[in-house]
Design a protein. Sequence first.
Lengths: 258, 317
Amino acid sequence: MRRASIVALNTFREAVRDRVLYNLVFFALLMMAAAIAVGQISIGIEQTVIVSLGLSAISVIGLLISVFIGVALVSKEMDKRTLYALLAKPVRRWEFLLGKFAGLVLTLVVNTAAMALGLLLVMIYVKHSVERSDAAVLVAVYFILLKLALVVALALLFSCFTTPLLAILFTVGLYIVGLYVQELRNLPVEVLSPAMAAFTKWLSYLLPNFENFNVMAMAAHGRAVPGTLILQNTLYTAAYCAIVLTAAAAVFSRKNLK
Amino acid sequence: MADLAIEIENLTKEYPFGFLHLKKKTSLEGLHMQVETGEVFGFIGPNGAGKSTTIKLLMGLIFPTAGSARILGKPISDVEMHREIGYLPEQPYFYDYLTAAEVLDYFARFHDLTAADRKERVKRMLKKVGLETAHKIQLRKYSKGMLQRVGLAQAILHDPRVVILDEPMSGLDPVGRREVRDIILELKKDGKTVMFSTHILSDAEMLCDRVGVIVGGKLRGVGAPGTLVDMKTQGMEILFELAGLSNAPLVSKATRTGDRYRLQVPEGELYAAIEQLRGAGARLLSVSQVKATLEEFFMDLVQADRAQASAVEVSGK
C-alpha cells in the first residue's frame, strides 16, 4: 500500500503540473455568469436553476477528466516508456495500477471539492442564506464523486487491454448504458422470451448502475437524500471498483510491455 | 565455480503477429547464459538481435515463452529481487513534468530510504552524472544525452549489487561516453556486477571481462573479448614511403595512398620483405601486427546470419 501511495501522489502531482485543475477557472466563470443571469431572469426558482446547472457542470467536467485522463493513466506510461524504469523498482504491477487509480481519484476529489465550494458560494450569493436542506447538494456532489471513481476504474480496465481510442469509446458507451440500467431491468417481460428476459435481468445487474447516483432533482428542490441510499451507493461503488480493479490488475500483470 | 549473479536457462521469447495472432516471430531462442558476480559483461549484437528482449525479460517487463532466469539466486518473477538491481532502459524517458532531482527522489522512495538519505544520494548521483547544475529544470527541457544521464543515475541510486544497462552509451557525446565508461569501471571496482548491451564494439572490448555475442535471437559465443576471436597474428603490416616508381614485386602488391604504401605480408616473410623494400628505395614508417578484432568476428556472424535468412527466404519461394 505504501508503494501504491507513492505512485498516487506522483499521479496527483502530474495532474497539477499538467494544468488539469485549470478547468476550475472555466467552472468559476460559468458559475459567475449563471449567478448574474439567474438574478435577472428567474424569479423564485434561483436555487433550482443554480443547483441544477452547478451539479451538471461538476458532473460533466468530472466525467471528461475521468474518461480522458483515466484512459491515459496507464497507456501514456506504456507509450512513453516511463513505466520501464518504474517497474524495475520493487513495485508490483497491481500496486502501480492501484496507485494510478488513487492518484486520479485524489485529483477528482480536490477538483470536485473546489467546484462544490464555488457552487455553495454562488448559492449563498443568490439566496443570501444557508439552509439545512442545502446538505442535499453536498450529498449530490458526493454521489458524483462515487460515479467518477467508478468511471476511472472502468477507463483503467479498458486501457489495459485495448487502444486508448477504443478504451474511451468503451468507457463512454458503458457509462451511457449504465444510465438506463433501471429501464433494462424493467423491460416488460411479456414481450420477451423467457431466456431473453433472464438475460436482460442478468445483464442489468452486471452493468454498472449509474442511475442510482443521480439525485440532482432532489438536491435542486432541497429534498433530503435518504441515508440508506448514501450507504448503498458507497458500498456499491467500493465493491464494483474492487472487482473492476482486480480484473484490470489481472490483465495488466500478464501484459508484455512494448 | 564462481558465484553467479545472473543465470539464464533456455530463455525463449516469441511474439505472435498477423490478424489472428496465429503467426509467431522468435525474438530470442533458447538462450543459455551466465554472468558471474563482480564481472563486467558485455552483451553485443546488431539492432534487433535480441539484446533488449533479453534485458526486458530479466527485468520482468515482458514474459518468456519458455525458459527461466535467476538474478542473485532469485527467480525474475520475484519483485523483491529488484531491491538489488539497477536498470537503465534503452532510450530512457521519464516523467517530463518532474525535475531530475524530483524523479530521482521519486524512484528512491520505492527503496525505503529515509528523507535525509534520499536527499544526500540524489545530490551525490546528480554530481556523479554531471547534472548538478541542471537539477532544477523539468525533464521536458532535457536533451537525449541528459536523459541518458538521469537514467544512469536512477539505475545506481540505491547502490544495487547488479546493474543492467541497455545501450548505456547511446545518445551520449564523447565526453559523456567516457564518463559512463568511468562509472562502469567504478562499479566494477566496488564489486558490483555490470551487464550492459551495446553495438559499439570498442566499448565492449575496452570494458568487459567477458562478452556474449547475440545475432538473430541466438547466442553465438561467450568469452573474454580476446578469446572469442582467433587472436593469433594474422600477418604483419608494413607502412612505407616511396617517391617515384619501382619495379619491385612487393611494391606492386601494396595499397597506395599518395606516396604512402601499405603492405601485408606473412610473419615469416617480414625481414625478406623489408630488405626488398629497402633495396627499392622505400623509407619504412611502421611495422605492426594484424589481428582479427571482435568487430570482424561480429561482422562474420551477422553476414552468416543474413546469408542463412536469405537462403531460407529463397527456398521458401
